[in-house]
Design a protein around this ligand. Structure first.
Ligand code: NDP
Ligand code: GDR
Length: 370
């Protein structure tokens, strides 16, 4: 039985990857941070079944990417065949507020994993996947972006990830380690964190459709992203570590869409047609027709722009070239953008239908802030 260790197990990708590896028969270990509240919602169904019977092939360890002694201890204990380093402070906007911490976790954290494997003499046994990102491309140098496109990071997050990228390449070349970067473009799902733009939109649209709020405030509506489904992308991570030779791969759909169009598509899923007018911070999105079961008044402003969500330096356009991953990994995304939006909208509609019911009954529902 193969043994995998996943950092960032409580995150979106950690949850889908753990599920995939368990399905494939792996013994899976995760590293989670101690939190003052429960933070394992995304993986609770993997830890134990409905009756509370623990999964013997799934173990979590307390740890942190800023603490090398604990990483060394866990890796020594687990002796993993594969490590997936997914742990990170992954929010680009927030990285401008805590740049030093992000450098430590996202940059040096990667070094700590690589160095632990080297110190423990596991370089021939343990394969390492590093969660690299399309944010490395930053300021547009070339489209579509491929494995050979130059990097130009535009945030403390991206700069930290750039260190993670190159230290992974360096350990591969210096010590012959099977260490690979997956340069993944944005991937989303019903498990996506609530403050990333897609999930913020699908949650907001569901709440508006159910009459729980009037509108949604967003930042740059012109930004274009190549959005895929996280379920497809964790499959690519696994494939990258099953190759004969360690290499870096771009994982993307090859299609790019504006935030504004994502908003339109999400509302359309609820039968609400929205049109945009105005420019910059004065742009608004208004309901122009309603065809489904949800009764939002025509003319209601449901989207406005708030400069608080702008970034000091923005990444305007991301579109990936997945040719290498298609050819060498045999990887193809199963979800296109409409299927992704549908999946996220269905999940958030069900989630908030329950809350709307409670609110109608006079109960307070928490967590409505953005
Ligand atoms: P999430 O933000 O959902 O998950 C991040 C995970 O990292 C969480 O489990 C979080 O724990 C953990 N973490 C944060 N800080 C630390 C720390 N100091 N020590 C240990 N663990 C920590 O991200 P995603 O699942 O979306 O992304 C996974 C990885 O892929 C990240 O590295 C991200 O930067 C990268 N990436 C993501 C893309 C995407 O579109 N989703 C695209 C390209 C790359 P906690 O739950 O306690 O906060
Ligand atoms: P990103 O994702 O920065 O690409 O990083 P995010 O969803 O945060 O932003 C995408 C684009 O939408 C614009 N935007 C807004 N973003 C947020 N969060 N909130 C808003 O209200 C809003 N309005 C407009 C942003 O300006 C941006 O242009 C994600 C993360 O998962 C990273 O960890 C990962 O590396 C990259 O994707 C690939």
């Amino acid at each position: 039985m193969k043994v995998a260790l996943i950092t960032g197990i409580t995150g979106q990708d950690g949850a889908y990857l753990a599920e995939l590896l368990l399905e494939k028969g792996y013994e899976v270990h995760g590293i989670k941070r101690r939190s003052s509240l429960f933070n394992t919602d995304r993986i609770d169904h993997l830890i134990a079944d409905d009756r509370g019977t623990k999964n013997p092939r799934f173990t979590n360890h307390y740890g942190d990417l800023t603490d090398s002694t604990n990483l060394i201890r866990i890796i020594q204990e687990v002796q993993p065949d594969e490590i997936y380093n997914l742990g990170a402070m992954s929010h680009v906007k927030v990285s401008f507020d805590s740049p030093e911490y992000v450098a430590d976790v996202d940059g040096i954290g990667t070094l700590r994993i690589l160095e632990a494997v080297r110190l423990l003499n596991l370089t021939k046994k343990t394969r390492i996947y590093q969660a690299s990102t399309s944010e490395l491309y930053g300021l547009v140098q070339e489209v579509p972006q491929s494995e050979t496109t130059p990097f130009y990071p535009r945030s403390p997050y991206a700069v930290a990830k750039m260190y993670g990228f190159w230290i992974t390449v360096n350990y591969r070349e210096a010590y012959g380690m099977f260490a690979c970067n997956g340069i993944l473009f944005n991937h989303e799902s019903p498990l996506r964190g609530e403050t990333f733009v897609t999930r913020k939109i699908t949650r907001g649209v569901a709440q508006i459709a159910l009459g729980m709020r009037n509108g949604l405030k967003l930042g740059n509506l012109d930004a274009k992203r190549d959005w895929g489904h996280a379920k497809d992308y964790v499959e690519a991570m696994w494939r990258i570590l099953q190759q004969d030779e360690p290499e870096d791969f771009v994982i993307a759909t090859g299609v790019t869409t504006t935030v504004r169009d994502f908003v339109r598509m999400a509302f359309a899923e609820a039968g609400i047609e929205v049109a945009f007018e105005g420019e910059g911070v004065n742009e608004i999105g208004r309901v122009v027709s309603v065809s489904g079961k949800y009764h939002v008044p025509v003319g209601q402003v449901v989207v406005s722009v708030d400069a608080a969500y702008f970034r000091p330096t923005e990444v305007d356009l991301l579109i990936g070239d997945p040719t290498k991953s298609k050819t060498k990994l045999g990887w193809e995304p199963r979800y296109d953008l409409p299927a992704l939006v549908k999946d996220m909208m269905q999940a958030d509609m069900s989630l908030f239908e329950r809350d709307a019911y409670l609110m109608k009954g006079g109960h307070k529902v928490f967590g409505q802030h953005e």
